[in-house]
Design a binder for this molecule. Structure first.
Ligand code: NAD
Ligand code: UDP
Length: 310
């Protein structure tokens, strides 16, 4: 079989670097494009000596040309702390960056998969969230640069498909965690593990009764690849996430127990527009991709804790 040339934008980030590891293992050639805005060189150092891996330092807000068969389009800061630091940059990455990647896909006739997000559902009024739910997003709040940016990116992907017949896929990723998440990422799983390992107070925002559903990275990568390699008749959007829902307080207690930590919990103010609950309806992924997550939270957390201990 011909070796595929695959571009991964945002490949030095948490999800991108885990995806690249799997793509290389399966014998593909991988080109990572990243400007290291939140990504880390250490995430891709293990691939440096691989004969079929290349990394290009490039900001996708600028156009880019390369002959490839497939594009996994992930470039975008994903943690609220990072995407709100420079919201205009987040919007430009989502809108101009996505246009640039779609133009590339159109020019070289490659397939493009967009890493969208459960944030397109905003603070949902329907629970769990099916793909048909159109969401409850505050278009002028501090999360809008990300939520509306991703909604615009989805619209662009579907317009390039309708207008130019670009072969596309859209997945909506729900909270994912695992090794290679930056210690200073700011999202809840990495924050709690780092705090617990240092016996520092775990910072719960709000009362801790808000919920999230946490998916282990290996399950997500499997779902992403099934979507990319699946039938051209099913382009999404499709939810990829774990259905086991936990309150943030429960998560804090589990992390303290698994790390045998002396940490206490401290309660801090809830950020504006922080969604109250989030849980994916994954019926579509089950029926169309024969995909469902396999790794329970406690097992995934053990693997993640082991990574942070090194
Ligand atoms: P991350 O911050 O670890 O990775 C994002 C990567 O994109 C980084 O390496 C960063 O340097 C790069 N990047 C950002 N702006 C860029 C630009 N303009 N040009 C080139 N590179 C740029 O985040 P992640 O968790 O790995 O998320 C990857 C993708 O998955 C994002 O698009 C995110 O929206 C999506 N997603 C992630 C989650 C999650 O739970 N991790 C949930 C929903 C969606
Ligand atoms: N959160 C928290 N403490 C932290 C980081 C996050 O209580 O140190 C909360 C946050 O307010 C949200 C949930 O955990 O309710 C998930 O936050 P995260 O930033 O991981 O992802 P989100 O789903 O909000 O994008």
């Amino acid at each position: 079989m011909k070796r595929k040339r695959i571009l991964v934008t945002g490949g030095a980030g948490f999800i991108g670097s885990n995806l690249i590891e799997r793509l290389l293992k399966e014998g593909n050639e991988v080109i990572c494009v990243d400007n290291f805005y939140t990504g880390k060189k250490e995430n891709i150092v293990p691939f440096d000596c691989h004969p079929f891996f290349t990394c290009i330092d490039h900001n996708i807000i600028e156009p880019f040309y390369l002959e490839v068969d497939e594009i996994y389009h992930l470039a975008c800061p994903a943690s609220p702390t990072h995407y709100q630091k420079d919201p205009i940059n987040t919007l430009k990455t989502n809108v101009i960056g996505t246009i640039n990647m779609l133009e590339l896909a159109k020019k070289v006739n490659s397939k493009l998969l967009l890493a969208s997000t459960s944030e397109v559902y905003g603070d949902p009024e329907i629970h769990p969230q099916p793909e048909s739910y159109r969401g409850n997003v505050n278009p002028i709040g501090p999360r809008a640069c990300y939520d509306e940016g991703k909604r615009a990116a989805e619209a662009l992907v579907f317009d390039y498909h309708r207008q130019y017949h670009v072969n596309v896929r859209v997945i909506r990723i729900f909270n994912t965690y695992g090794p290679k998440m930056n210690r200073d990422d700011g999202r809840v799983v990495s924050n709690f593990i780092v705090q617990a390992l240092q016996n520092k107070e775990l910072t719960i925002y709000g009362d801790g009764f808000q919920t999230r559903s946490f998916c282990y990275i290996d399950d997500l990568v499997e779902g992403m690849m099934r979507m990319m390699n699946g039938s051209d008749d099913f382009i999404g959007p499709v939810n990829i996430g774990n259905q086991s829902e936990f309150t943030i307080k429960e998560l804090a207690e589990i992390v303290i127990e698994l790390t045998a930590s002396q940490s206490k919990i401290v309660y801090l103010p809830l950020p504006i527009d922080d969604p109250v609950k989030r849980n994916p309806d994954i019926s579509l992924a089950k029926s169309k991709l024969a995909w469902e997550p396999k790794i329970p939270l406690v097992e995934g957390l053990k693997q993640t804790i082991a990574y942070y201990k090194i």
